[in-house]
Design a protein around this ligand. Structure first.
Ligand SMILES: Cc1cc2nc3c(=O)[nH]c(=O)nc-3n(C[C@H](O)[C@H](O)[C@H](O)COP(=O)(O)O)c2cc1C
Length: 389
């Protein structure tokens, strides 16, 4: 059985241990600028012992940013500044992945000053509207992904994690609830998977075996009519058969329709409401429970679902969701996952993996209060413990 501190290959790269820092949007790129705070954030994760940290998330087109404070990886002007992040992380002994995505219907069109796009037109629970992406939009976005992939290699990233989860654009294409298209990209599971597969293939063509390529994919949207395992497992099999991905990172939930399904634990409704402008704030205060129902937290909460993928896939899989204690990391590896990804526990204690390795701790202090979630607007951090700076 693999142990947490044993090196492993991820496609063409070798990671020194089995722990990946999950993508947690840093909130350290005002107007898309790479800052020293961004470098410091990831250096803390690297110095804290993770095998690979993940920069989250990097945009491919202006309307595909969640808001204006997302770095555009497709812009070559950012390559040199991003080299500052990757070289600092490498010097601190870890690898670094770039999470690359298009926010689709999750994007804030007001902040981006650009129309948000989705497979089909609609309105988010918070009231913002998104338009159906045309064939020309899809071609342009595909080029954005390949430009971003080229720049990721040039910037020194070791891996690209394509964002195919949480209701973002590619995840929305997979979802029968979000994708009502009647062209070649909508309808059957294979048709809904076509555009995401085209993106994966095009990105792989650019990166080749120079860096690793993974995708974070939703097992369930966690909403009525959304994707369920009956479809997400065959979709994962399509990606496996295509052979372009070095691993799948298994997630669930939708930032747009059911954010707490991703996280479990307490819903930070009061703190979230503070980040909203009026009148959306008032609406949220009155009906926040509806948009943000909470789910009880337990360690490795996605493990039972992820096991159903493990049983039928042979490609490497990354277990995520409620991995906080050392015993849970071991549980995931024993269950056949090649890596685990950890988010909140590392925001609370960036040096947690070092502590586990040194034997000075075996459990995380994170209480899953989820107050780190709304902190993405002001600099992502743990509000309860002396965590990431
Ligand atoms: C503050 C915060 C920001 C996040 N930002 C992202 C993101 O940009 N992209 C993403 O795929 N997931 C994001 N996530 C979700 C995490 O990657 C992860 O899926 C989730 O926190 C569950 O893992 P955990 O139990 O180890 O925290 C974020 C989570 C938190 C807490």
């Amino acid at each position: 059985m693999a142990t947490p501190f044993e090196a492993a290959k991820l496609g063409p790269i070798t990671i020194k241990n089995r722990i990946i820092k999950a993508a947690t949007f840093e909130g350290r790129a005002p107007r898309g600028a790479v800052t020293q705070e961004m470098i410091d954030f990831h250096v803390q994760m690297a110095e804290g012992g993770v095998g690979m940290t993940t920069m989250a998330y990097l945009g491919v087109t202006p309307e595909g940013r969640t808001d204006k404070n997302v770095i555009l990886l497709s812009d070559p002007a950012n390559v040199e500044k991003l080299q500052g992040v990757t070289s600092a992380v490498h010097a601190a002994g870890a690898k670094i992945s770039a999470q690359v995505g298009h926010a689709g219907p999750v994007a804030n069109s007001g902040s981006n000053k650009a129309q948000s796009l989705a497979p089909s037109a609609g309105r988010s629970p918070m009231g913002s509207q998104f338009a159906e992406a045309t064939e020309a939009d899809l071609e342009r976005i595909l080029i954005g992904f390949t430009d971003a992939a080229r720049n990721a290699v040039d910037a020194g990233f070791d891996c690209i994690e394509l964002h195919l989860g949480h209701g973002y654009l590619l995840s929305s294409f997979l979802s029968p609830k979000a994708n009502k298209r009647t062209d070649r990209y909508g309808g059957s599971l294979e048709a809904r998977a076509l555009y995401p597969r085209m993106v994966v293939e095009a990105v792989k063509e650019v990166v080749g075996d120079r860096i690793a390529l993974t995708a974070k994919i939703s097992m369930r949207d966690g909403t009525k009519g959304g994707i369920e395992l009956e479809e997400s497992i065959p979709t994962a099999k399509l990606f496996e058969a295509d052979g372009h991905l070095d691993a799948l990172v298994l997630t669930a939930g939708s930032s747009l329709n059911n954010p707490m399904y991703l996280f479990r634990g307490k819903a930070p409704r009061k703190e979230f409401a503070k980040t909203l402008p009026q009148p959306i704030k008032l609406g949220f205060q009155l009906a926040g429970w509806h948009f943000m129902p909470s789910y009880p937290y337990e360690e490795a909460y996605f493990l039972p679902m992820a096991m159903q993928f493990r049983e039928v896939l042979s490609m490497p899989l990354v277990l995520l969701g409620g991995i906080a204690n050392e015993a849970t990391i071991e549980q995931g590896l024993d269950a056949g996952f090649e890596f685990v990804a950890m988010g909140r526990a590392l925001l609370a204690e960036p040096d947690l993996i070092k502590k586990y390795e040194a034997g000075t701790a075996s459990v995380s202090v994170c209480t899953h209060c989820n107050k780190c979630m709304p902190s993405i607007y002001t600099g992502t951090r743990c509000t309860e413990f002396d965590g990431v700076k």
